[in-house]
Structure formats: structure tokens, C-alpha cells
Ligand binder design. Structure first.
Ligand code: AMP
Ligand code: MG
Length: 496
């Protein structure tokens, strides 16, 4: 029975069921918490009754100054491979899980603070966050959600009224994140690295109960858990690739078992199509470049699988390897299938099973043209929908070197010839966004908030991104890529 949904009724299943997976924590006190943004629609979905609270009360609650009824703040323990190197202890160094809200359907959602001060896991860090990083996570997470891509959500951003010290002093803030859970590949690695398979089993059973309840009681449930997680990651990464999202820091501690995109740090949306694109200042080798995301997904899943071997086959973990490998290999097939069907949908193709090889070639040639011409990845696809209705001019204008474009268009048009042109275009526009978080607009919005306490650009951008598929009058600038000079110099930084 889910507890009643009176304002802020909390469950603490993680804290109750996994006593060795966290330490208690307490949000730091802050001088003058001030609400920057609050997601009322999400609060409503979660069954949080906040209608009668003032902005000041919301600011106090979502900066941890006022603890919610029944909430037991904890810092979760996890390990992780960062850029390939293993750290046996990371954990929430600047975040606290307040507890789990239960929605109307009985689903529980983690409500967690980020930037709420140092914890046992801070390793010398200050546990704080800056306004810019907080609003960035707010904006991109919400954009992803409205693009239909699984993501943690933004419930609140609260300014602390204090400064945080990075390369320069910056205004501080606290972010409230909502997630299906914060269980990461790194959470499994924490106890696996300590050879404590009883703890790994406890976590696996908890995870199954929370995310894969259809597996409860099944004999091979841990193997099936791996399969379910792999399927969700295949879907997630295919979604990322289809919109040109680059996560930027796909460490195993940043891969959520729930299949949600988590930890928006140095992420970015690609503009000119370039499979090698990488924006993160800390990713000099391009480990997490656009084109590497699926292989890295498989690499991370392999680390996850390793943690499960001793509980899949208690007597002889090695014996489980072939079964696990079959799932890890199948990840590639799953990913490719999902990517292909997503790309077919973006090309407006009906009858997608008829000639898969022809479609694959069509897509590959299209991407080659985009790359050769450095065409904006979002607009390239979107203007194809206009071409479906007979207006190829806006599309052609995106290609500086037009060689081959006409031939390709003729092939594609032949492929969609039997379909209704207007229906095809409408279907394409339902899966190809017109508005994505354009890097220069994101930076402008964060700068205005940071330097001038001006939230208007942030709020306007957020509103645009909440409806990314429908082109609206007066928003042309939100659909345009950054000036070339901006992109050439654009680097993203970890949101610490
Ligand atoms: P991330 O790269 O943001 O996923 O964070 C990696 C690890 O560093 C996590 O354990 C974080 O909790 C920790 N961390 C990041 N920033 C800070 C900070 N300002 N203070 C303390 N710990 C931090
Ligand atoms: Mg992280």
C-alpha cells in the first residue's frame, strides 16, 4: 500500500532496505535561499501538494533548510570507472537523497538535492554548485524529457545567496533532481570491488523490485536484470544519437540502471554533423565522442555484468561468462536496430521492413552528405520534412557543396513516392525536433542568470524547449545553430 499522498509524504526504501549503501547527511545551512525556478507541472505529476506554499517556503524546502516530513537525507555510496580508470569510492560528494515521493500510480521517485554541501564522500570538494551549472542541468534535463528521451527531471533550482569559488567566485545554487532512482552501475561496483557479493545481491534484488518487478522470484533474475538494463541503455543511447546529444562523461557512475540520462555535466548537442564531435574540456582523448557512445555503453554494461557474475552463478562465476557475453553482444544488435528504425522514422519511411539494406544505404549516404557539408544535424533532418512536401529549397540552402545532394533526394523521393506527402512530412516533424538546446543560447541564458541575476533568457529558452517539435512563429532564432566562431571555440565544463 503506498502511503497517503498528503504534502511530501516520503518513503525511504533505499535507506531502509540497503543499510550499508549510504551515510546519513545533512544539507548545509545557507544564508538566503531564493527560488530561481520551480517545476509545478512535475510537482503535480509526483503528487506533491505545493499549491499552498509560498515561494519562500519552496526555497527553504528545496535548499534543504526545512526538512520534509518523513525525509531522511542520505549520501549514497558508489564507485566508478572514470575515463576508464577505477575509483573504488566516489559517492554523493555534493548531493543528498531526501527520500522517495510516491505518485498516484504507486511509483516511487527519488527526490535529491545537488549542491547541498559536503558529505562523507566529498574528497576535499566543497559539495556546492553554481547557479550556471544548476540551471544547465535544469534546462537540458527538461529538454531531453520533452524530446521524449528518458531523463532525470528538474523540480527546483534555488539560489543560496552565497558564493562558490571556482576559477572565479560564482553565485551558488541548489538543484532538486527527480529520478526513477539514483542506482548507478557504480553502485554495484562499490560492493563488487570489495568482494561483498551478499551486498551486490541485496542491491540487485532491490533494483529488481523497483525497476524490473516482472523478474521477482525468477531463478535467472540477475541475468535477466542485465538483459533489461542493456535493453534500456540500447534505447537510451539510440535516442541520444538520433538527436545529436553528446553526454560527455559516460563514466560508470554516470550510467543509471533505470535507463534515464543522468548527470548533465559537460554535455552538448551537436550542430554541424561530425561523428568525432566532442565538447568536454576534460575529454582530451575523445573517449566520449559522439560516435563512441554506443561502444562505451557496451563497455559500461560489461563492467556492470562483471559485478553480477558472482550472484548469477554462486558456485562458479566463470561459468556465467558465456551467458553474460551473449547479452552484451546482443546490446549491439539492439542498439543498431533501434537506431535504424529511429532513422527510418526521421526519413519518413513507412513500410520499414521491406528493404532494410536499401534503407541502411540511404541513411548512410545521407549522413555522409551531412558530414561532408557540415550541415546542422537538427536542421538537416527537419528541412527534409519540407522537401517531403515539395519544398527542397530550405534544405538545399544548408549544403554549401551541393554535389550528390540532388541524386540522393531523388532516391529518397522514390522511396517515399507511394506515401501521402503531407502525412509523411507531418510524421517526420513529429520525430525531428525543430528546437534543441542550442549551445550558444544555453550559455547566453546561464550567463545572464549568473552575471545579472536575469532569469528571463533562461525561462524563455525553457519554454521553447518544452515543445520541441512544433515550429512556432517568432522563434526562428531558437532554431538556428550558433555562429561558427562560437562553435569553433565551444568547450563544456564539468558542472561542479
Ligand atoms: P561527476 O563527474 O559530476 O559525476 O562527479 C564525480 C564525483 O565527484 C562524484 O562523486 C561527485 O559527488 C563528486 N563531486 C563533484 N563535484 C563535487 C564538489 N563540488 N564537491 C564534492 N564532491 C564533488
Ligand atoms: Mg556523476
Amino acid at each position: 500500500m503506498p502511503p497517503s499522498r498528503s504534502p511530501f509524504q516520503f518513503d525511504n526504501s533505499y535507506a531502509d532496505d540497503l543499510p550499508d549503501f549510504y551515510v546519513e547527511g545533512k544539507p548545509m545551512e545557507v544564508k538566503s535561499p531564493q527560488l530561481l525556478q520551480f517545476n509545478h507541472a512535475l510537482a503535480k505529476d509526483l503528487g506533491l501538494n505545493v499549491e499552498n506554499l509560498s515561494e519562500q517556503e519552496l526555497a527553504e524546502i528545496f535548499s534543504g533548510q526545512k526538512l520534509l516530513n518523513g525525509s531522511r537525507p542520505i549520501a549514497q555510496a558508489y564507485a566508478g570507472h572514470q575515463f576508464g580508470g577505477f575509483s573504488p569510492q566516489l559517492g554523493d560528494g555534493r548531493g543528498l537523497l531526501l527520500g522517495e515521493a510516491i505518485d498516484e500510480r504507486g511509483t516511487s521517485w527519488d527526490i535529491a538535492l545537488k549542491g547541498s554541501g559536503a558529505t562523507t564522500f566529498s574528497r576535499g570538494g566543497d559539495g556546492k554548485a553554481a547557479v550556471g551549472a544548476v540551471l544547465r542541468e535544469y534546462l537540458i534535463g527538461e529538454a531531453m524529457h520533452h524530446l521524449g528521451i528518458p531523463s532525470t527531471r528538474a523540480l527546483a533550482a534555488v539560489a543560496t545567496g552565497e558564493q562558490v569559488y571556482r576559477e572565479r567566485p560564482l553565485p551558488g545554487a541548489i538543484f532538486t533532481r527527480v529520478a526513477a532512482s539514483h542506482i548507478r552501475v557504480g553502485t554495484f561496483q562499490f560492493f563488487a570491488a570489495r568482494q561483498q557479493s551478499d551486498q551486490v545481491r541485496l542491491l540487485a534484488d532491490y533494483t529488481i523490485e523497483r525497476h524490473e518487478p516482472q523478474l521477482i522470484g525468477k531463478e535467472d533474475r540477475y541475468l535477466l536484470l542485465l538483459k533489461a538494463v542493456a535493453e534500456k541503455q540500447a534505447k537510451l543511447i539510440a535516442d541520444w544519437m538520433l538527436v545529436g546529444f553528446i553526454h560527455g562523461v559516460m563514466n560508470t557512475d554516470n550510467m543509471a540502471i533505470s535507463g534515464e540520462t543522468i548527470d548533465y555535466g559537460p554535455c552538448a548537442f551537436m550542430e554541424a554533423f561530425d561523428p568525432s564531435a566532442v565538447f568536454s574540456s576534460i575529454d582530451a582523448q575523445g573517449r566520449y565522442a559522439y560516435k563512441n557512445q554506443a561502444p562505451i555503453g557496451q563497455w559500461n554494461l560489461t563492467r556492470f555484468a562483471e559485478t553480477l557474475l558472482p550472484i548469477i552463478d554462486e558456485e562458479d562465476p566463470e561459468r556465467a561468462i558465456p551467458k553474460v557475453e551473449a547479452i552484451l553482444n546482443d546490446f549491439v544488435n539492439q542498439y543498431e536496430k533501434l537506431w535504424l528504425s529511429g532513422a527510418q522514422a526521421k526519413l519518413g519511411l513507412e513500410d520499414i521492413a521491406s528493404d532494410v539494406d536499401v534503407d541502411k544505404q540511404l541513411i548512410e549516404d545521407w549522413l555522409n552528405l551531412l558530414e561532408k557539408n557540415a550541415v546542422d544535424y537538427t536542421l538537416g533532418w527537419r528541412r527534409l520534412a519540407d522537401a517531403a512536401e515539395g519544398n527542397a529549397e530550405p534544405l538545399l540552402a544548408l549544403f554549401p557543396i551541393k554535389i550528390g545532394v540532388g541524386q540522393w533526394l531523388a532516391r529518397w523521393q522514390q522511396r517515399v513516392e507511394q506515401q501521402s506527402a503531407s502525412a509523411t512530412a507531418a510524421k517526420m516533424r513529429a520525430v525531428i525536433p525543430i528546437y534543441i538546446p542550442r549551445n550558444h543560447l544555453v550559455e547566453e541564458a546561464l550567463e545572464a542568470a549568473t552575471l545579472e541575476s536575469n532569469l528571463k533568457p533562461f525561462q524563455k529558452l525553457l519554454a521553447v524547449l518544452q515543445n520541441p517539435f512544433e515550429e512556432r512563429a517568432g522563434l526562428a532564432e531558437y532554431a538556428q545553430p550558433a555562429p561558427q566562431k562560437f562553435t569553433a571555440e565551444y568547450q563544456t565544463f564539468c558542472g561542479t
